[in-house]
Design a protein. Structure first.
Length: 365
């Protein structure tokens, strides 16, 4: 059976749990890089968070480019704070330019100068001033919602499964948030309200994938303490292998349309207004699939096997397997001795001490 067939049927036997320290190391290195980026690079905040003036310039019937707009605003004494963005297509295409905060009189002057430089009517340019307070209020509301969400989900996982799984799920979730935000910092994309929405969106996907794996772990480890056939880590590893293909399929289905938005919409077509949302979704979905398999479940295994009852289970399993291996070796040696005696015509191996003597046949000498 090929590896792909085994993967499709959930019959792979990869040792995800046994190699968990390598996954911890890889995740730790990447999280450290993200934190260093937070400290030394920071984030590039959009106008909604740092405040400023926004100008929307219609381009229908003209050949105005983002470069033309950048030059016009620079010559007018109000250089854009970031590269102008093209929004829409065809007759509804507009160029959006963000500048520092301008008072009404200065805003009107820049509007007239830019309109004259670009050859458009001044009244067609739509100016707007945004206070940084709006972004602050949006962030605070999002954080409040995030805290409530995490508390509710932690309670659900703890009641549905066990508290160790709630800890593993939350740690994996924080890993996804740090990685997604770190990539934003490293790439230098603007942090906008769409970024906050994207962060909240990936939480649900990450937890969904984690709960699917947890459900299989709980199924495989049901009544495991009553026996001595397998350890908790082995049962969890089987669960990860069984859900591997499902996680891959779910992630691909979610990532393909987001990749289209990011690479086709923002990269090829140049629709800059969707790149902030597309990037956070793409990174978050990929990180969520990774953490549910390689972080959440291994963390649960480490926490669970610290408990005395699971340590006792591991000892019973090891002792039973050692005993079975010893009996198998003795049986193999005994079989080999009997075979050698038949070939050479020599005496059969001596019976074991304590074995019952064979009854003599009647009429024998």
């Amino acid at each position: 059976m090929s590896a792909l067939t085994k993967l499709y049927r959930g019959e792979t036997r990869m040792d995800f749990i046994g190699t968990r320290r390598w996954w911890y190391l890889a995740s730790g290195i990447f999280v450290l890089i993200c934190i260093l980026s937070f400290v030394f690079r920071g984030f590039q905040y959009g106008v909604e968070f740092k405040g400023g003036s926004t100008f929307q310039i219609p381009t229908s019937g003209t050949s105005i480019s983002t470069g033309d707009a950048n030059t016009a605003f620079t010559n007018a004494g109000a250089p854009p704070q970031e590269a102008p963005q093209s929004v829409g297509s065809g007759g509804s295409r507009q160029i959006v330019v963000n500048t520092k905060t301008l008072n009404p009189a200065r805003q009107k002057q820049v509007q007239d100068d830019v309109a004259k430089a670009l050859g458009v009517k001044s009244e067609k340019i739509s100016p707007n001033t945004i206070s940084s307070r709006w972004g602050h209020d949006t962030t605070v509301s999002a954080l409040q919602g995030l805290v409530i969400f995490l508390i509710a989900v932690s309670i659900y996982i703890a009641l549905r499964f066990q508290w160790r799984m709630a800890v593993g799920g939350m740690l994996a979730l924080f890993h996804d948030l740090i990685v997604a935000a770190g990539v934003y910092s490293l790439v230098g994309f603007e942090v906008t309200p769409s970024t906050i929405v994207g962060l909240l969106t990936i939480l649900g996907f990450s937890l969904y994938d984690t709960v699917v794996v947890y459900d299989k772990v709980a199924e495989n480890s049901k009544d495991i303490l009553a026996g001595s056939r397998t350890t908790f880590s082995e049962a969890a590893n089987v669960a990860v292998n069984q859900t591997l293909m499902r996680s891959i399929n779910t992630s691909l289905i979610a990532l393909l349309p987001v990749a289209g938005l990011l690479f086709v919409g923002a990269g090829i077509l140049g629709v800059g207004t969707i790149k902030d949302l597309a990037l956070i979704l793409f990174v978050g979905l990929a990180s969520g699939a990774y953490s549910s398999l390689f972080l959440a479940t291994p963390i649960v295994v480490d926490l669970t096997e610290r408990a005395p009852e699971y340590q006792a289970l591991t000892k019973r399993v090891v002792a039973k397997r050692s005993s079975e291996a010893r009996r198998a070796v003795e049986a193999e040696l005994a079989g080999a001795g009997a075979t050698a005696a038949r070939r050479t015509g020599g005496p059969a191996p001596a019976p074991k001490v304590g074995a019952r003597p064979q009854r003599r046949r009647r009429g024998g000498s």
